[in-house]
Design a protein around this ligand. Structure first.
Ligand SMILES: *[C@@H]1O[C@H](CO)[C@@H](O)[C@H](O)[C@H]1NC(C)=O
Ligand SMILES: *[C@@H]1O[C@H](CO)[C@@H](O)[C@H](O)[C@H]1NC(C)=O
Ligand SMILES: *[C@@H]1O[C@H](CO)[C@@H](O)[C@H](O)[C@H]1NC(C)=O
Length: 535
């Protein structure tokens, strides 16, 4: 009888110990699952993938930037910039070509004449220089794991080098450098390797399928086999499938689901750049182009969310100098859709420069978050702006709240906020947004406050007022082909649009280039009503 309380005490201690150990377990050690359109952890809570691409598929066979900074510093910086994950690329020859895989980092760089980079690696990452390139790859995975950064292993290409073109022999199953059997052996090796890395949560089977050989039947045949290969070697990773035509087309999935033996792990990926549509953004009216391109992206890929699959937008990005008009206009449209659909993503890209790209030593990357020296951030306003996408607006877990809207301004990455009843409305961080509702009468209602957004006078701030049924200045329609101009009537009856002035005040101005005109950019007047269900 006496021993029972002691036993109970011991059990209690063990229980507490167990739960505190469970708490200590790093978040990244968890397997993730696909639960309808959400990627979730084992407890069913959404784990939004906010990734950045980190290439390791070019000729030197080493993740970029290690001549500039220690791997650990880069991994820490990735977290500091708000990302929780890296899409780490690899060329198929890394696991499959013994001649290459047995090279040490020193040999690989010497063979390419990259002596300056090699000296940089020697000083920033001395432990890597005598490792075989595969061991160096694993060492980068370890640095990411130590810093709680999740990893998606992406088979980017077969032959190490810059990717991609239609006739590079790497585009589709059966191309000169793309033997499906070798590819599956490579997937098997990398998936097996990943069993030793708890932070590897997904495998992207093949980047940007493309070229004259591409066809839907072979896509199913080999992607299904590849998916089964990965699953057999490593049941813990999400299996991520890329579409056709440089990963812009998954429309064929609509009427023909993928047939695989496992559940809760299938994810699709999509790429979307400004240049995906050539020069259309610059040569057309941004409303017209955004409307048309969004519809296209919807029917080719984004419909998958509605069909109950997660969609990982694994490449997107813009020239951060801000001088590329095509990119700027695309990015405004992209930001709106990315917030609206709250998809998982990987930004292109991390690297500020390359050891060697397309024959150019030390090429700069103007889409990269890091500056040329990887010593700082290339454009902090770009990072701030896109960082709104890093936190989930919706999905299971977190602190849930009643479904409502936030009024998102894609040009700034900010949302309309009421700082205080006496100050004008501004745009600020979306996490501080009050809940809004868009009523059947087209009014924008500040939930709970009985106040409505109202246009008063051209050139003046928008205000919050009470609504009378006859007052047209509280009615806001979403006009133009982009449906992103919020248009209302001023007190004098003139048509006006909501806008944001350079001081971030929400103002009412004349509607800008609603259609046709291509020389003007209306993006300061673009707003998107974004659903939010969590704080
Ligand atoms: C392996 O790599 C070497 C060195 O780049 C190359 O010459 C060879 O063709 C590759 N072998 C295969 C099977 O790809
Ligand atoms: C799915 O694959 C299994 C196993 O290969 C096969 O038996 C089944 O017929 C396939 N189903 C469809 C609808 O193709
Ligand atoms: C950063 O991006 C903004 C917006 O595109 C641009 O105006 C600015 O010049 C850029 N800054 C740098 C340092 O490139």
């Amino acid at each position: 009888m006496e021993t029972l309380p002691k036993l109970q005490f011991l059990l209690l201690v063990l229980t507490i110990l167990f739960f505190s150990m469970a708490q200590l377990k790093p978040a990244v050690a968890q397997q993730l699952y696909a639960d309808s359109r959400w990627i979730v952890d084992g407890a069913g809570r959404r784990a939004k993938l906010a990734c950045v691409n980190w290439p390791a598929h070019l000729q030197p066979l080493l993740a970029e930037g290690l001549s500039k900074q220690p791997a650990d510093t880069i991994a820490k910086k990735i977290r500091e910039m708000g990302f929780n994950c890296v899409r780490l690329t690899w060329p198929l020859e890394l696991p499959m070509n013994e001649t290459l895989a047995s090279l040490t980092v020193t040999q690989s760089f010497q063979n390419l004449g990259l002596s300056e980079s090699l000296a940089g690696i020697k000083s920033n990452n001395p432990s890597l220089i005598n490792l075989p390139v595969m061991e160096a790859y694993k060492s980068v995975m370890t640095s990411l794991r130590n810093n709680k950064v999740m990893v998606i292993l992406d088979n980017h290409i077969t032959t190490p080098g810059w990717c991609c073109s239609a006739n590079d022999g790497n585009g589709f199953f059966g191309d000169k450098y793309f033997d499906p059997q070798v590819w599956m052996q490579g997937l098997h090796k990398m998936a097996t390797l990943a069993t030793g890395f708890s932070n590897v949560i997904g495998m992207s089977l093949r980047n940007e399928l493309r070229g004259p050989r591409q066809n839907v039947d072979d896509w199913y045949k080999y992607m299904q086999q590849g998916a089964e290969t990965v699953h057999a070697a490593n049941p813990n990773v999400l299996v991520i499938l890329s579409g056709l035509n440089y990963d812009i087309d998954l429309s064929f999935i609509r009427n023909r689901p993928v047939n695989i033996s496992f559940t809760k792990k299938l994810v699709f990926e999509m790429h979307w750049y400004g240049f995906t549509n050539g020069n259309a953004w610059q040569s057309g009216n941004p409303n017209d182009v955004c409307g048309a391109v969004s519809n296209n992206v919807m029917s080719r890929s984004v419909f998958l969310l509605e069909q109950g699959y997660p969609l990982f937008v694994s490449e997107f990005g813009a020239d951060e100098r801000g001088t590329n008009v095509n990119d700027n206009r695309y990015f405004n449209c992209f930001m709106a859709m990315a917030a609206e659909f709250d998809w998982d993503f990987a930004l292109w890209t991390l690297q500020g420069s390359y050891y060697l790209r397309q024959g150019v030593v030390g090429m700069e990357e103007f889409y990269g978050l890091f500056n040329y020296e990887w010593s700082g951030i290339r454009n902090s306003s770009y990072l701030h702006r896109m960082s709104v996408l890093q936190l989930p607006f919706q999905g299971p877990g977190g602190q849930q709240t009643g479904a409502h809207k936030v009024i998102f301004h894609p040009l700034t990455g900010l949302c309309i906020l009421r700082r205080s009843p006496s100050l004008p409305l501004v745009v600020g961080p979306c996490i501080y947004s009050e809940p809004w509702s868009y009523t059947p009468q087209d009014a924008l209602w500040l939930v709970g406050a009985h106040l409505y957004l109202q246009a008063v006078e051209l050139g003046r701030p928008a205000i919050l007022g009470t609504m009378s049924p006859t007052d047209t200045s509280t009615k806001w329609e979403m006009i133009s082909a982009s449906k992103m101009h919020l248009s209302s009537k001023a007190k004098d009856g003139s048509t006006v649009c909501l806008d944001v002035d350079p001081r971030n005040t929400v103002v009412v101005t004349a509607c800008k280039c609603l259609s046709s005109e291509s020389s003007c950019d209306p993006a300061s007047q673009w707003f998107k009503l974004v659903d939010r269900t969590r704080l």
